[in-house]
Ligand binder design. Structure first.
Ligand code: ATP
Ligand code: MG
Length: 651
């Protein structure tokens, strides 16, 4: 049995950075060497981007690994860094957020406005007895109050735990209980796909017999009727709008807990990841500046992630606001009122940088390129991707149809645990390859190793690990140091185990191959899900694919592929069988007979987490006829029934 992953997919296309962008880029290629020569000195300089009330005595204390302390002894206020200092520098009139509600209502919030709102909310929270170290659960739709609530917590030293607004009462209850939250901030509802969703009712169910929650603060968004518990429930507009817009920010230790955030749950029960203040904000701000080449005076940046996901934390709230960016925030779904909504938003606000996920790109591919073609997207200059490996064909589609064949694409690899981007091209430096996240950023050290921890050579795959601590690394799993050590730091001592597979190509560039847990073992070869899926997506009829290894008497595991077709055309039964044969043959010619799926099943949808990631473990349960594992973070549970019936019909 081989200990490394087979290297199957070959990609030869390359895209040089546009000359104009490269000439004016925030970060040049020399930064890699500078940072490699003196990694701590590099991060020291990046921390100087922020305003500190007290300097640090030590850049990194790694005397008790894996529990890192960065910028030891330094003090700062995170909200001051994201808001006040821009106003103090004369940028109070700059728009911080162009907010767009799903029904079409809009709000324009300047940095001066944001300062007033965050200060009022900080005063209101203090008046409710929330103080330093208390936990606050935030369960809100994508409305500006979500950003204000997070920053207000940061401002008073309370630790927030944002829970995605689509989660069930039970998911919310377990997260509120795990964090021991004292306060929940929610709304009467939010708009998704044209309908108001009843958030307050979910909170009522979640905190019904919880003792840690003292108050529930409710933002009025939809005007829907809500049940009210006297003494516990309070309207946001009554407590926040009446509070003083003056608030003196106190400074906190660099290692003060900023937030707890639960992982997506793609591989199992979510973990409450703890991030702290100084190191986290340093890396969020640096990477946002370097990877997106942000020019705060002229760019209009749009990250489409929900605030309930780590991307929403680092690249909608903390990174862009620390950098004084102007950004778009959109409440709803991309198909409301029609499938051109995003492109209309880009056209209206002149968005220059778009950061989204492969799941969205593949959905747009499925809907067809004629939809974005109806809009003027010429303002765009950098496109980003995050959340899953982006299939080379989806990458090319994104560049051609959204980026006008001109914009660099930054495929950014990172995790809730890493806090900020770790591996990504730099738009003014890197000649990109479709589907590759390319290189670790300056100041970041990663490697690809075999199961014994030995680095693999070029052309080989293995486990992705981080070999040196980084400023925005998770400090622990909330309340469970032991699980933190066991999950990430035990298998290969001294190295952080990401749980992802990766390969180095012949040039040494990095390709993410999906979860190590998802790697298939077929006739003695370790085969990654990502490569077989990308081969399937390179067929003109396929928009999206998920493959799993199912127990097989002869080969150990057999590859079972689930595919979604491009376009809306319905398929008839006979065509299904012919197409399955064609796709199996296509995989064989693209990457070799060893990777030919045993079975190809056309499905209408794939099981995804709320953050849009494919949950392969559920497909494996289906393919091996097992009861389904934890489905609480699934976006739409009916998808599994549709797939199970498709499997029995197609088998
Ligand atoms: P859990 O850890 O609970 O299973 P999760 O890993 O899905 O959940 P996140 O922290 O939101 O939760 O996701 C991080 C993971 O997303 C990475 O480990 C990786 O598998 C995937 N990922 C993120 N960005 C990329 C990318 N650019 N390319 C490939 N994979 C990516
Ligand atoms: Mg994970």
């Amino acid at each position: 049995m081989s200990t490394t992953l087979s290297n199957l997919l070959h990609e030869v296309r390359r895209f040089e950075p546009p000359a104009e962008l490269a000439a004016a880029a925030n970060v040049g290629g020399a930064e890699y060497d500078t940072a490699a020569r003196d990694r701590l000195g590099f991060w020291h300089r990046q921390a100087l981007r922020l305003s500190w009330t007290q300097p640090w005595r030590e850049i990194l204390d790694w005397s008790n690994p894996p529990f890192a302390k960065w910028f030891v002894g330094g003090r700062l206020n995170v909200a001051y860094n994201c808001v006040d200092r821009h106003v103090a520098a004369g940028h109070g009139e700059r728009v911080a957020i162009h907010w767009e509600g799903e029904p079409g209502d809009t709000r324009t919030i300047t940095y001066a406005d944001l300062l007033g709102e965050v200060s009022r909310a900080a005063n209101a929270l203090t008046a409710l007895g929330v103080g330093q170290g208390d936990r606050v659960a935030i369960y809100l739709p994508m409305i500006p109050e979500a950003v204000v609530a997070m920053l207000a917590c940061a401002r008073i030293g309370a630790t927030h735990s944002v829970v995605f607004g689509g989660f069930s009462a039970e998911s919310l209850r377990s997260r509120v209980a795990d964090a021991g939250a004292k306060l929940v901030i929610t709304a009467d509802g939010g708009y998704r796909r044209g309908k108001p969703s009843p958030l307050k009712a979910t909170v009522d169910a979640a905190v019904a017999d919880d003792t840690s929650v003292e108050h529930v603060v409710v933002v009025r968004r939809t005007g829907a009727e809500v049940d009210w518990t006297q003494g516990r429930d309070l309207w946001w507009h009554e407590v926040v709008d009446t509070a003083s817009p003056e608030h003196e920010p106190e400074s906190f230790d660099a290692e003060h807990p900023l937030f707890i955030l639960y992982t997506s749950g793609t591989t199992g029960k979510p973990k409450g990841i703890l991030h702290t203040s100084g190191g986290y904000l340093t890396q969020a701000a640096y990477t946002h500046d370097a990877v997106f080449d942000l020019k705060p005076e002229t760019d209009v940046y749009w990250c489409t992630a929900d605030i309930g996901w780590v991307t929403g934390h680092s690249y909608l709230v903390y990174g862009p606001l620390a950098n004084g960016a102007t950004q778009v925030m959109y409440e709803g779904t991309p198909d409301t009122p029609d499938r051109g909504r995003w492109w209309e938003v880009i056209e209206r606000y002149g968005v220059t940088i778009l950061y989204t996920a492969p799941t969205a790109v593949r959905t747009f591919m499925k809907w067809g390129s004629d939809i974005p073609a109806r809009h003027d997207l010429s303002s765009l200059r950098v496109l980003g991707s995050v959340g899953e490996p982006i299939n080379p064909e989806a990458w090319i589609w994104y560049r051609e149809n959204i980026g006008g064949n001109r914009t660099p694409i930054v495929d950014t690899w990172w995790q809730t645990e890493t806090g900020a981007i770790m591996i990504s091209p730099l738009p003014g430096v890197t000649a990109t390859k479709p589907g590759s996240a390319m290189d670790p950023l300056p100041g970041i050290a990663v490697d690809v190793v075999d199961r014994n921890g030995n680095p693999v050579g070029n052309g080989e795959g293995g486990r992705l690990v981080a070999t040196e601590p980084w400023p925005s690394m998770a400090r622990t799993i909330w309340g469970d140091d032991e699980r933190f050590v066991r999950t990430y730091w035990s298998d290969l001592p001294g190295r952080y185990l990401t749980g992802d597979g990766a390969k180095r190509d012949q040039d040494g560039d990095l390709w993410l191959l999906g979860r190590i847990d998802d790697v298939m073992l077929v006739s003695g070869h370790n085969i990654s899900t990502a490569e077989v899926e990308s081969a399937l997506v390179s067929h003109p009829r396929v928009a999206e694919a998920a493959v799993v290894g199912a127990a097989d008497a002869t080969t150990g595991q057999g590859i079972v592929a689930f595919v979604i077709l491009r376009g809306d055309a319905a398929r008839d039964e006979s065509e299904g069988a012919a197409l399955a044969g064609e796709l199996r043959a296509h995989v064989a010619t693209q990457i070799g007979a060893i990777a030919k799926p045993r079975q190809v099943i056309v499905v209408p949808e794939l099981p995804k987490t709320r953050s849009g990631k494919i949950m392969r473990r559920l497909l494996r349960d289906v393919a091996e006829n097992r009861p389904l594992g934890d489905v609480t973070t699934l976006q739409d549970s009916s998808v599994m029934d549709q797939i199970s019936s498709g499997l029995s019909a197609g088998a």
